[in-house]
Design a protein around this ligand. Structure first.
Ligand code: HEC
Length: 277
């Protein structure tokens, strides 16, 4: 093959991919906006939220109540931020900004769910251990086999013996006791990860064919995730799917992220975030 032919063929492929992406991209100007507040959770793993002595939500959780049911009132967080910043919840040191809002939009078609986050990532972090990425944005979707997945969102995967928790093994990642969660992460260094959480976390090999793109304009980040309706969590039109958000701002690593409680995205159905077709 001569060189010219190869380059023509390659640009043809890019054109084809480009036009496909353009067709698939949702019109974000039309998608409904929801506000979800993320917060610095300190050391509050599943064992802590389920432990009666420390967390009075434990018995409600056992009865089937969701974190958001007790901790979100009129769309705002009902949490003691002073306590979140205290040595009790955060022995190492908390970021200066304990909570901030994230605008969430979603849309779907016959194949994919698209989720877009818009936020201002705060400075004033305590832990700056990720030198490569100023910001990372992650969403996770528990499937219906994950215990408490629809009540707690990401907390089902957050354990006291996971890396960066006080005294924990640095090799042990987040895990769920049954089922699996799809995980997709955008990194400001440009690499996105399509992974999952089962008996351990894997940052590749995800089943949802997920991708992430993001950009910073002024002080605002916009991150768009695309995942298949198929995956560990199988999404279907007419249904609401549980999900959770985590954002690592200001080069934070490990548990020093801001997270959401468990929320739902309704695909043409009611949900905290409404995805239109
Ligand atoms: C039945 C209601 C209820 C549920 C469900 C519930 N909580 Fe709580 N939570 C509370 C109350 C009340 C407090 C404050 C007093 C305490 O800690 O005992 C609290 C405190 C907290 C705190 C410490 C900050 C503070 O405001 O004191 C965190 C973090 C927290 N909850 C996280 C969660 C998470 C995560 C879930 C779900 C896995 C959850 N909670 C479920 C009622 C609840």
């Amino acid at each position: 093959m001569n060189k010219k032919f190869v380059s023509l063929a390659v640009s043809g492929i890019f054109l084809a991919l480009g036009s496909q992406a353009a067709l698939a991209a949702p019109d974000w100007g039309k998608a409904a906006k929801s506000t979800i507040h993320v917060f610095h959770p300190g050391v509050s793993p599943l064992e802590w939220v389920q432990g009666k002595g420390e967390h009075s939500g434990a018995s409600g959780l056992k009865k089937g109540e969701a974190c958001a049911g007790c901790h979100i009132e009129d769309g705002k967080l009902s949490l003691d931020t002073k306590r979140l910043a205290s040595k009790e919840m955060e022995p190492k040191g908390a970021p200066k900004t304990l909570t901030y809002p994230v605008t969430v939009q979603a849309a779907y078609d016959a194949t994919n769910l698209y989720v877009r986050l818009t936020f201002k990532a705060p400075g004033g972090g305590f832990d700056k251990s990720d030198k490569d990425n100023e910001v990372k944005a992650t969403i996770m979707f528990p499937n219906d086999k994950v215990p408490l997945g629809d009540q707690t969102g990401c907390w089902s995967a957050c354990h006291k013996d996971a890396r960066t928790m006080p005294g924990a093994d640095d090799k042990k990642t987040k895990y769920v006791s049954a089922g699996a969660m799809d995980l997709v992460q955008w990194k400001s260094s440009g690499k996105s990860a399509d992974g999952f959480v089962a008996d351990k976390r894997s940052m590749e090999g995800g089943k949802a064919g997920a991708t992430a793109e993001g950009a910073k304009a002024g002080d605002t980040y916009t991150v768009t995730f695309t995942r298949k309706l198929a995956g560990n969590a199988v999404l279907a039109p007419g249904k609401a799917v549980p999900f959770g958000i985590a954002i690592h701002a200001d080069n934070a690593g490990g548990r020093f992220h801001h997270v959401s409680f468990g929320h739902t995205i309704g695909l043409g159905a009611d949900g905290d975030v409404k995805a239109a077709k």
